[in-house]
Ligand binder design. Structure first.
Ligand code: SAM
Length: 237
């Protein structure tokens, strides 16, 4: 797909967000390079460009309207940069931190960013539960995001420690979100959160995105996040 074809497809699908030609070029470069790296490192199962636009870019940007007035965002378990990189491209002035436990995926994003040169972007190799006890990062963010990382209870233990009181944890969830939400009731309150909103978005015929948005209403107790992979192996239920 050449740039003009990409631009047409991208603009046909992006709805409420205004993007400049420079930003569309960044999205294009990002996609081309991820697909190139994908031949060496397993980054995404989506290799068709039209699908890539919808399932990676448009899907990631569903979070964007919740970033209005927010300055600092952390994307946990970002993998090849989703949703963090698309959100960064359309919010050049906001600080975005991308975290993942697999450094080779982050090296791809670092490499791509040498070309597209986004400022105010920090890329950190760490497990979320290790970084979440670091005072430089704990309760320092207006918003935490995750897509496809783990069940709701586990990810909230990763996410809420990073969020300031008054901020949001935005969980991008698939079809089972209601069951996950029932199981996460205790985790939400223990970690200092409150269910703020659920938004169901039909991206296309095949893809429904459910945003589960948790507001942080009090500090997360110091004993969370627990270490030794406990949030995953023994989620708070
Ligand atoms: N968010 C990306 C997306 O939607 O394309 C990547 C999803 S991938 C299925 C899950 C990612 O979460 C992996 O890259 C994995 O390394 C990362 N991950 C899982 N548990 C983690 C943890 N405890 N701390 C940091 N990263 C984690």
């Amino acid at each position: 797909m050449n740039f003009e074809e990409f631009k047409k497809e991208f603009l046909n699908n992006i709805k409420d967000i205004k993007v400049t030609e420079e930003q569309i070029k960044m999205f294009y470069d990002y996609m081309i390079q991820i697909l190139e790296w994908n031949q060496k490192i397993n980054l995404t199962s989506i290799t068709n460009e039209k699908e890539f636009i919808i399932k990676h870019f448009i899907d990631s940007l569903t979070v964007n309207k919740y970033l209005e007035g927010k300055q600092s965002i952390i994307d946990i378990g970002t993998g090849a940069g989703f949703p963090g990189m698309p959100l960064k491209i359309v919010n050049k002035e906001k600080k975005i931190v991308l975290v993942d436990s697999i450094n080779k995926k982050l090296n791809v994003i670092r490499n791509i960013n040498e070309r597209i040169k986004l400022d105010n972007l920090e890329i950190i190799h760490s497990r979320a539960e290790d970084l979440g006890i670091n005072s430089q990062y704990r309760e320092k963010f207006d918003v935490a995001t995750t897509r496809a990382v783990s069940n709701l209870s586990t990810i909230l233990e990763y996410m809420l420690p990073f969020v300031k009181v008054g901020g949001l944890a935005i969980c991008m969830k698939g079809p089972n979100y209601e069951d996950e939400l029932k199981l996460a009731t205790k985790a939400i309150s223990v970690l200092g959160g409150k269910l703020e909103k659920i938004e169901n978005i039909n991206i296309d015929r095949e893809l429904q995105r459910n945003l589960v948005i948790i507001k942080k209403i009090k500090n997360t107790p110091n004993k969370y996040p627990r270490g030794k992979a406990k949030p995953l192996k023994e989620p708070i239920i």
